[in-house]
Design a binder for this molecule. Structure first.
Ligand code: PRP
Ligand code: URA
Length: 216
């Protein structure tokens, strides 16, 4: 598979290790403790990959051998925004990489009959417009929930090019729909599934991520 099948889609390197992690979380026989453990490993990879794309500035330090090291430091502030409920599973992975990072929440639920998203609640950092935003939701199916969340961010003044949408699996049609509305937002993902089923679930997918992570 090409490592970048669509413009502004950043794919994790498709290594055997990554395929092994997806094999475990996609397996319907995987129990919740393993599902959480291996999903968390993928989440960590997504966060690290997202961080690779943030701008940096030169920074020179002196090492313990009294030599100069010409390195870099991040330019700008970041925050996370999770789409509740499943997106909250990605907060810990972000915190492990960015100590005391600010995190906002947007509660959007897909109607189980129609698959249409409904916005219930938003609580975001006051200065979000000045930050790079990691939007967190493991699943991009029709793209409706992510698009609704992104509209909230843009209304709050966040520039599309400062948003990175991190997810574990997206569908081709979800990516097309989402980028038809927000072509400038970068999607960071580990897998693009070919289609959706009649209930708008990803195929092959992994079922309901929120249920598998929190309930089953
Ligand atoms: C899931 C998932 C996304 C959405 C994706 O959430 O976490 O938010 O569906 O589907 P879409 O791209 O077709 O909008 P859901 O609404 O099922 O709630 P949950 O997080 O409580 O599981
Ligand atoms: N939400 C999920 O959790 N899984 C899907 O396949 C689609 C939406």
């Amino acid at each position: 598979m090409s490592t970048e099948p669509f413009k502004n889609v950043i794919m994790l390197p498709q290594t055997n290790q990554l395929t092994g992690l997806y094999t475990i979380i996609r397996d319907q026989n995987t129990k919740r403790p393993d599902f959480i453990f291996y999903a968390d490993r993928i989440i960590r990879l997504l966060v690290e990959e997202g961080l690779n794309h943030l701008p940096v500035q030169p920074r020179t330090v002196e090492t313990s051998t009294n030599q100069k090291y010409e390195g870099v430091s991040f330019l700008g502030k970041i925050c996370g925004v999770s789409i509740v409920r499943a997106g909250e599973s990605m907060e810990q992975g972000l915190r492990e990489c960015c100590r005391s990072v600010r995190i906002g929440k947007i509660l959007i639920q897909r109607d189980e009959e129609t698959a249409q998203p409904k916005l219930f609640f938003e609580k975001l950092p006051e200065d979000i417009a000045e930050r790079y935003v990691f939007l967190l939701d493991p699943m991009l199916a029709t793209g409706g929930s992510a698009a609704m969340a992104t509209e909230v961010l843009i209304k709050r003044g966040v520039k599309p090019e400062r948003i990175f949408f991190l997810n574990l699996i997206c569908s081709k049609e979800g990516v097309d729909y989402y980028h038809s509305k927000f072509p400038g937002v970068k999607i960071v993902t580990g897998a693009v599934d070919p289609c959706l089923d009649e209930n708008k679930y990803l195929v092959p997918g992994l079922g309901d991520f929120g249920d598998r992570y929190y309930c089953l």
